[in-house]
Each structure stands twice: as C-alpha cells, then as structure tokens.
Design a protein around this ligand. Structure first.
Ligand code: GLU
Length: 460
C-alpha cells in the first residue's frame, strides 16, 4: 500500500467503526423497532465513504444526532363508531429533523402503524426531502386506525379527533403533514377543516395534498407516480433503454401505483399487473386503468373485482406472487418489505432490467443486494419516490404566494426535480467511489446537505 492508500484505508476503517458503534447504540436505545433499524442500517452503510472524507461529521456527532428524533409525539385518538361504541387508536407524529426547513412528511393510517414504522418513514424522509433540493425537514405521522370497511361518518369522526390533538404541534412554518397510505384528499380535507375550525384562520400551507378548490396544487395527485417514472426513464436512458415497448409490473393500486401505471403507459409501456393487500391481478392485454381508477378511487373496492369486468384477466390471492410475472421493469408501489430476496431472485431469473421503488423501503436489504449484484438498474425509494413530497413543497410555495400554477407548469418542475435528483445521485455515487450505485449516491447526497446545515447550526 502507498502512503495515500494507507491514509484512505485508515479513514475508511475509522468511519466504519463509527458507523458500527452508532448503529449498535441505536439498536440498544430503540429495542423492538426492526423497520427503524433496517432503514438506519441501509443509510449508515452507504455513508461510510462520506464520513471517511469528512471526519468533521464524526467530530460533530452527526450520526448520533440525526438518528434521534428532535421530537416524537404519541397521543390517544378516541372516536365513536356507527354502533355507538367508543373506539381508541394511537396517533403519532415524529418531527425528526428541521435543519434545512420545517418538518414535512405524510400521515399513514394503517393497522401496521407503530413507533418503528413511523420512525423508519420519518428517518428516510429527512434524506428524501433534502434530495429534492427544497427547504423541507423530515417528519412522518399516522395512526394504527384501519380505514378498511369504515363508513364515511366513521372516517370523518376519527380524522377530526386525530387532528384535534395533532393541530397543537403543526403549522405552515413548523410542520406540514400530507397523505400517505390510507390518507388521501378526503382525509386531508377533513383535517384541514378541523385545523381551520380550531385555529380560526385560513392557513392554506398547514397541510398539502389539499383539494384543488381550497389551496391544493394541480399535479400533486399524480406527482409520486409520475415522478417515479420520470426518474426510472432517466436511469434507463443512460443505458440506451426506455419504457417504450417494455413490460411493466406495478405492485399496489393506490395513489402511487395508479399514476405510475398511467405515466408508464403514456411512455409506451404495457403494464400487466397490479395488486392490493389481498392479492394481485394479471392482465396479459395490459391493465385497463379506467377500471382500476373506478374500483379504487371512486368505489373503494378490492382489486379482485377487476376480473368481473375483464374475465380474461387472472386474480391470485397473496402479494408475493406478483414478482414471478416476467417483466422488464418492476415498480414496487405498495408498502415496506414487499420484495424479499426470494422475490428479487425471481425477478432476476425472469430477466428484469430495472427496479424503481415507488413505495417507501419496499425492498429488504437482502433484496437490494440481489439487484445490485446482478446488475439490475436499481432506483431507491428516497430518490425515486421523492416526486410526491417535491410537489407538496411546490404546493406550499403556491400557498405562500396565494396563486396557482397550471398542471403543465407543475409537471415540468416535477420532471426537472426528478432529473436533478437522478444526476445528483449519479454524480455523488461516482465521486465517492461507487459509480452506478444509486443507493450510495442518493443517501450521501441527501445526508451531506442535512449534515452541513447541522454543523453550521451548532450542537443541539
Ligand atoms: N407520504 C409521501 C412520502 O412518503 C408524501 C409526503 C408529503 O407530501 O409531505 O414522501
């Protein structure tokens, strides 16, 4: 080894030791939080080259601080169901990091929600939001409330009760929640109404994903799905590939999945499958998106109903089977850990060329290794699904200016943001010695922006 190589080797070893120590402390301090550990491990592992190059981050205790939420709120949400029975759920808001802007991130209503899930989502949001290039910090929230099978009245009463407590901790310059799984325009509308009623002013910028008639942004609904496809298209283009003529599998059938399918189809792809939490549909003719939109956005039905409209299509119970369908491009847009190493190997065996994560942390750590080790183009969630929160920040900007941009204006800005995130991730990966590895590139690029702001603002 030359002297330069030795110094580099020592710096990498010191950084690795620091990462291992902080990770062990996180596991100890946050027992029983496997999703949070997983998110921390993924990010920390890829930060080693950045810490070796910038030892000041270690001196400033950046990892210890960044992994500890600035504030974590849990609260009781009581409500009365249609039978007159009192029900109790738990509400959460983690305000993880405000180094570069007010707390920003969605709310998830799903029975799987717990402190671990909210913390993994909030932690990822710090880096995702930094990557957008906009001034937004990281947060997440939600409840273990299950919207499935609830009446309109129950949804409204629960959501109002949730906001009655949450409203004490948020504000247009403090913390700006939005949607996620189980929280769409309907729930945001009820929450906005309740916040306004309690606070007594029209503070449009306190929530994003609002209806278009009261401060919502055009293209916010489409933003996560469209942004995902814009990002993957950039990644494919660099290899002389594209969506045109490709076969695509999309998991999920919620907001992200629907608009990923729409944009992929517009670019000439054939989307042959999508799913919900019960099972998946396979339509060799290409999914009829109007039917999916009617079932999911209007009637709030299960995806299995699709085969009643299109009897030639197949419905299969269970969610992992979808990854055995041969495809060129896979877009997991359902939920965390929906692709394990077995599913990843099935995709690789069937010749998948690219995987773009629309959901948050849909691939396990083992699955990511399978993709990277088999030269599959891999677009990690933090970069690839940042379009949703990016357009949320554009909604905040429009609210501050008290004006509204056209669909095309917002869509063009979204496209530019996704291209910038892609370029930034590629360039950063190369600069830190991992060319082509967008996991490393996205994590380091997001981290450096936040870490520099934390160093500048002093120890707190
Ligand atoms: N829930 C989305 C996400 O995971 C959007 C958050 C937002 O718009 O604030 O990024």
């Amino acid at each position: 080894m030359t002297i330069v190589q030795e110094v580099k080797h020592d710096a990498l070893q010191a950084a690795q030791q620091y990462v291992d120590d902080v990770y062990a402390a996180i596991v100890k301090r946050n027992p029983d939080e496997p999703e949070f550990h997983q998110a921390a491990k993924e990010i920390f592992t890829s930060l080693v080259p950045a810490l070796a190059k910038h030892p000041e981050y270690m001196k400033n205790g950046i990892l210890e601080r960044i992994a500890e939420p600035e504030r974590m709120i849990t609260f009781r949400v009581s409500w009365v169901d249609d039978q007159g029975k009192v029900r109790v759920n738990r509400g959460y808001r983690v305000q993880f990091n405000s180094a570069i802007g007010p707390y920003k991130g969605g709310l998830r209503f799903h029975p799987s929600v717990n402190a671990s899930v909210i913390k993994f989502l909030g932690f990822e949001q710090i880096f995702k939001n930094a990557l957008t290039g906009q001034p937004i910090g990281g947060a997440k929230g939600g409840s273990d409330f299950d919207p499935k099978g609830k009446s309109e009245g129950e949804i409204m009463r629960f959501t109002q009760s949730f906001m009655t407590e949450l409203c004490k901790y948020i504000g247009p310059d403090v913390d700006i929640p939005a949607g996620d799984i189980g929280v769409g325009a309907r729930e945001i509308g009820y929450m906005f109404g309740q916040y306004k009623r309690i606070h007594g002013g029209f503070e449009a910028g306190v929530l994003t994903g609002k209806g278009l008639g009261y401060g919502g942004s055009l293209a916010r609904k489409e933003a996560t799905g469209y942004g995902l496809v814009y990002f993957v298209e950039e990644m494919l283009k660099a290899k002389g590939l594209g969506f045109a003529g490709s076969t695509v599998v999309v998991s999920g059938s919620g907001n992200v999945a629907i608009y990923a399918m729409e944009k992929a189809s517009q670019l000439g792809a054939k989307v042959v499958a999508c799913s919900d939490s019960n099972g998946y549909i396979y339509d060799p003719n290409g999914i009829d998106l109007d039917t999916v939109k009617r079932l999911k956005e209007v009637e709030r039905q299960r995806i299995r109903e699709y085969v009643n409209v299109h009897p030639h299509a197949e419905y299969h119970e269970g969610c992992f089977g979808i990854w055995s369908i041969p495809c060129d491009i896979a877009l997991p847009c359902a939920t965390q850990n929906e692709i394990n190493d077995v599913s990843a190997r099935a995709l690789v065996a069937n010749g998948v060329k690219a995987v773009g994560e629309g959901a948050n942390m849909p691939s396990t750590l083992e699955a990511i290794d399978v993709f990277l080790n088999n030269d599959v183009l891999f677009a990690p969630a933090k970069a690839a699904n940042a379009g949703g929160v990016a357009v949320s920040a554009l909604e905040m900007a429009q609210n501050s200016m008290r004006l509204a941009w056209t669909f095309d204006e917002v869509d063009a800005k979204l496209k530019q943001i996704m291209t910038n995130i892609y370029r930034n991730s590629v360039d950063t990966a190369a600069a830190y010695g991992h060319p082509g590895n967008l996991v490393v590139g996205a994590n380091i690029a997001g981290f450096i922006k936040v870490a520099d702001a934390m160093v500048a603002q002093g120890v707190m």
